[in-house]
Design a protein around this ligand. Structure first.
Ligand code: ZN
Length: 143
């Protein structure tokens, strides 16, 4: 039996550029041309100053776990439990909801460093995150 597909994106006029960048293994973030605010998900205007002058920028793909939950029940055949849903804060500032993959759910913790990893699925390239090294945030922390 072939493996079930995970839920897939449905790109629209605002998100097609993001998903095309993912196919190039680039995590693209939106940047306001007026106030410099960087954000996700892509939108029609800056969520801080409402400017429609937007550009995009390549993220480093690195960040930290801001919050997470371990799902121990399978809700979708393409996402067998257990799996981790996490709110990841990129080093550039934007936050996105994704999955932490490549480790046991018990290894995930708030403030763990993570790095993007693209997973191919039915013509898409889905941004997931894997644990990186160290627990401190790039912004400082205990050191
Ligand atoms: Zn702005």
């Amino acid at each position: 039996m072939p493996a079930a597909k995970p839920p897939l994106p449905q790109p629209d006029v605002l998100t097609t550029s993001f998903w095309n960048a993912c196919r190039r293994r680039v995590l693209e973030i939106s940047v306001c041309g007026d106030c410099g605010h960087r954000f996700l998900p892509p939108g029609p205007c800056c969520p801080r100053c409402w400017s429609p002058r937007l550009a995009s920028q390549e993220s480093s793909g690195r960040g930290r776990v801001d919050s997470f939950a371990v799902y121990r029940r399978t809700y979708h055949p393409g996402m067998p439990a257990p799996y981790v849903v996490a709110l990841v804060e990129l080093d550039e500032g934007p936050r996105l909801i994704s999955n932490i993959v490549g480790c046991a759910p018990e290894e995930v913790a708030i403030d763990r460093r993570v790095e993007v990893r693209f997973e191919a699925a039915d013509g898409f390239s889905l941004p997931r995150f894997a644990l990186g090294h160290g627990k401190e945030s790039a912004k400082g922390g205990n050191s």
